[in-house]
Design a binder for this molecule. Structure first.
Ligand SMILES: [Zn+2]
Length: 48
């Protein structure tokens, strides 16, 4: 059986450097720049 590898890019949290392999990582745009944040850092982003 052939295994098809998905070419999904590994996203990295801009705050704690965790990757989307370990934690869900979301993309957001701040001051016109696209950045990534994991679900652990997202609350800090919202409240900070
Ligand atoms: Zn993070």
């Amino acid at each position: 059986m052939e295994e098809v590898k998905k070419a999904a890019p590994e996203l990295e949290c801009a705050h704690c450097r965790t990757t989307s392999e370990l934690t869900p990582v979301l993309a957001y745009v701040h001051q016109g720049e696209e950045k990534y944040v994991c679900t652990h850092c997202l609350p800090m982003l919202i409240h900070g």
